[in-house]
Design a protein around this ligand. Structure first.
Ligand code: RP5
Length: 160
């Protein structure tokens, strides 16, 4: 099996319904990934250990999704210099709490925060592909093809 370049982590297995969209998009580009449930609050030691070992394991991007008091992406970012992309997930407060918890990092420890929910999960994967593409021309070509396909699809749309 190929060495995972991207990790898709989430605060709970209940987050998978949203985070599977990130995972599926990485699959579409043939990017090897690992997936894990890790919680900033329920498994803080494992979350820190995972992040601390990410670089040595060859991970180049970490996508972290969480909802509510969504500290997972920030905690992971605190323990690694590997780029962390945060996906705020829907919650009882419609994800606004997740968004603010993920996006409002103190200066010095960045988390690249995407949109709430499905769009954020999809875009986190696409951004991860774009980051990996900086040193992988074949991946960049796939990304261009994806955009072209998307453009063509919209051009072909007709309303009743
Ligand atoms: C967060 O709490 C998780 O990321 C999830 O979005 C939310 C609820 O988790 P469960 O109670 O469903 O496990 O930590």
């Amino acid at each position: 099996m190929a060495q995972p370049l991207v990790a898709v982590v989430m605060g709970s297995s209940s987050d998978w319904e949203m985070m599977k969209h990130a995972s599926e998009m990485l699959d579409r580009f043939g990017v090897a990934q690992e997936r894990r449930v890790l919680s900033a609050h329920r498994t803080p030691v494992e979350a820190a250990e995972f992040a601390g070992g990410a670089e040595a394991r060859g991970l180049e991007v970490i996508i972290a999704g969480a909802g509510g008091a969504a500290h997972l992406a920030g905690v992971i970012a605190a323990h690694t210099v590997v780029p962390v992309l945060g996906v705020p997930l829907p919650s009882v407060l419609q994800g606004l709490d997740s968004l603010l918890s993920t996006v409002q990092m103190p200066g010095g420890v960045p988390v690249g925060t995407l949109a709430i929910g499905k769009a954020g999960a999809i875009n986190a994967a696409l951004l991860a592909v774009a980051i990996l593409s900086n040193s992988r021309p074949e991946l960049r070509a796939k990304l261009r093809a994806f955009r072209d396909e998307q453009t063509e699809k919209v051009r072909q749309e007709h309303l009743p």
